[in-house]
Design a protein around this ligand. Structure first.
Ligand SMILES: Cc1ncc(COP(=O)(O)O)c(C=O)c1O
Length: 460
């Protein structure tokens, strides 16, 4: 047994007795990382792995400017939002200036969950309505309120009556599909039909009616513009605008959960929602904002913030502390100075081309979906039926890729979508390396016929 294996075994045993069993580890033989630099991480045995999975270290692992901002402010002062502080105000002003007109008033919190929890509380308080509309198989966080909005996390039978759940707009695997000339059956809400975006948006009308019958009107539609937990989706034209219009007509607000899609991730713009021409009422921000440091935010209009403040006070001990604000400001500085939006856009084009070519060589890739530096490869046992590969096959593939030096993940309702979501500093060289490794590994996977061993199951 080498030193690394012994250290890992010991640490794992201690972890199992000291940490709650709720915590899961990636991989059966867990990765024990000891340091990181840019898009590379190093494990306890000294193996270097290309990080194709982690968006939290948005500007790369251990970025020297972020480390310096954190250390500098920590060495000077750390308090909270009840004292004046330049870094905190500057961060709020910067976020406001980067969002569409009107979205300029900030609340600071520590996690994406807290941001969504507060956003929904604001929407309920301001509208006087209680319902919330989310997607099937959504994930928005884990507080007692937000876990109910995370439909991937608990059985449908336990959904509260104020929750409206709509299909995610998956044009490859969903009930309406891009390649279906009849768009897959009658449009329930509109017998005259409509395009793909309209078909999916019509499901909002149906769900709002159902909510109404249960005695609720919507306070908000909470949407992740990358549909990460659905396998990383791009919504059909018109979908987002129509959903927003329907919810607003029923008196609700639109909350864009930018925890995944924000900070240049989708390559078109700094925010995910702008790709859809949407101006939300509330935006929530988390993960990439502190490049690994826990800082998150809710941004809304002065009017909504004022209406909330009339009825509720809000304070968060750690939310908006000067160290977190200094870190978040340094992340924005790096994004600007290293032109990481431009990089996400260029690497998105490179990935799009290379992943499409990869799909032409490997039948196991049923669909390539996403944009910028956020992609999903929907892996199938059979392209004709779109049957997802088996869960165990997906896990084995991710493990093999880890041994090939690639950190990658799986997502989607069937856990069959290979998720590519690296730090924003991912370069051409890294794209080429990833695709080269995938090419070899997928060929071996197909040769082995891994997916033939799966149990047949119904497709969604
Ligand atoms: C879209 C989305 N929203 C919110 C959250 C919750 O963020 P946190 O884990 O920081 O509470 C997540 C976490 O994965 C997420 O993916």
């Amino acid at each position: 047994m080498n030193d690394g294996t012994r250290i890992n075994n010991d640490l794992r045993t201690r972890r199992e007795s000291a940490l709650a069993p709720s915590y899961q580890l990636f991989y059966d033989d867990p990765v024990h990382l000891v340091c990181g630099e840019d898009v590379w991480v190093t494990d306890v045995d000294g193996n270097q792995l290309l990080d194709c999975y982690n968006n939290v270290p948005s500007v790369g692992h251990a970025h020297p400017r972020v480390v310096a901002a954190l250390a500098g402010q920590a060495a000077q002062l750390n308090t909270h939002t009840r004292y004046l502080h330049e870094e905190v105000v500057r961060l709020a002003e910067r976020l406001g200036s980067m969002l569409p007109d009107g979205l300029q008033t900030c609340f600071f919190v520590c996690t994406g969950t807290e941001a969504n929890d507060l956003a929904v509380e604001i929407a309920r308080t301001v509208t006087g309505q209680h319902g919330v509309v989310v997607s099937e198989h959504s994930y928005h966080g884990n507080s007692s309120l937000v876990s109910l909005l995370s439909t991937d996390s608990y059985p449908a039978a336990l959904r509260p009556d104020w929750l409206g759940v709509i299909d995610a707009p998956n044009d490859y695997r969903g009930r309406f599909r891009a390649d279906d000339p009849d768009l897959n059956g009658p449009d329930l809400a509109d017998p005259d039909g409509g395009d793909l975006g309209e078909r999916y948006a019509d499901l909002v009308t149906i769900e709002l009616d159902a909510l109404n019958e249960r005695g609720h009107r919507p306070a908000a539609w909470l949407v992740d513009p990358s549909w990460d937990s659905n396998g990383v989706l791009v919504a059909p034209d018109g979908y987002v605008e129509q959903c927003a219009q329907l919810v607003r007509a029923a008196g609700g607000l639109v909350i864009a959960d930018e925890v995944q899609s924000g900070y240049c991730r989708l390559g078109n713009d700094f925010w995910g929602h702008t790709s859809y021409g949407l101006v939300p009422d509330i935006v929530t921000i988390g993960k990439p904002m502190g490049a690994g440091h826990p800082v998150a935010a809710v941004v809304t209009t002065p009017e909504i913030a004022a209406a909330f403040a009339e009825r509720r006070s809000y304070f968060n001990t750690f939310g908006g502390n000067p160290v977190s604000a200094a870190v978040a400001n340094s992340v924005l500085d790096v994004i600007e100075d290293q032109q990481l939006l431009r990089n996400a856009s260029a690497m998105g084009i490179r990935l799009s081309t290379q992943l499409t070519e990869l799909a032409a060589r490997h039948n196991v890739i049923g669909n390539v979906q996403g944009g910028g530096l956020f992609w999903g490869l929907d892996l199938v046992a059979d392209r004709g039926t779109r049957t997802p590969i088996a869960y165990d096959d997906g896990r084995r593939l991710a493990t093999e890729l880890r041994h090939d030096g690639i950190l990658i993940g799986l997502t989607g309702p069937h856990t069959n979508v290979l998720k590519i979501r690296p730090p924003l500093t991912f370069s051409s060289e890294h794209v080429d390396r990833l695709v080269e490794v995938l090419d070899v590994r997928l060929a071996k996977f197909e040769l082995r016929g891994g997916s033939e061993r799966r149990q047949p199951s119904a497709e969604s």
